[in-house]
Write a protein that binds this ligand. Structure first.
Ligand SMILES: [Zn+2]
Length: 164
């Protein structure tokens, strides 16, 4: 499952990359280009633009209209529409900045690249082979787990409703 998102969904793109999904995002791009990329590269087009959504559907491009601006709602909508599970897998996570698969690295490999306090405090590190940025399982981690928990509880509630 691969995605391309419109220019209003930068935050969502970073989330999908974190969750391991190959996701393209452009700050500025014409609608027809987005539709072409989605079609040629078999990507699901995610958009907040209803007219772009309609154009994509007309061209037989798989597209999801994202109404909400809330990240939990957005992720839940995608998971439900595509019937996919959203989980964090530390061996399959992408650079939020450039979409490249991150590589797990040891502390020794990043000692000179991050502040000493980070080295002392955290144990799981990744490096982007393309933009060379280092990421670690830091404080924001709790937020990520919490958001995924909310997404999954929202989905299980939807599932329960459907059975009644
Ligand atoms: Zn990168």
């Amino acid at each position: 499952m691969k995605f391309v998102v419109d220019s209003m969904l930068g935050n969502l793109a970073r989330w999908l990359r974190l969750l391991g999904y190959d996701t393209l995002y452009f700050k500025r791009i014409e609608d027809w280009r987005l539709i072409n990329i989605a079609r040629e590269d078999s990507r699901v087009l995610l958009t907040k633009d209803l007219s772009l959504y309609r154009k994509a559907v007309k061209k037989d491009v798989k597209s999801i209209y994202i109404e909400s601006s809330d990240i939990v709602e957005m992720l839940a909508t995608i998971a439900k529409e595509l019937d996919i599970k959203l989980v964090f897998d530390e061996s399959n996570t992408r650079c939020p900045l450039c979409n490249t698969l991150l590589i797990r690295v040891t502390k020794a490999e990043i000692l000179h690249l991050v502040p000493q306090e980070v080295v002392n405090k955290y144990n799981i590190f990744w490096k982007c082979p393309k933009c060379e940025k280092v990421f670690w399982q830091g404080n924001h981690w709790n937020t990520i787990s919490k958001i995924l928990e909310e997404v999954n509880s929202k989905l299980s509630m939807v599932g329960r409703d459907a059975t009644h």
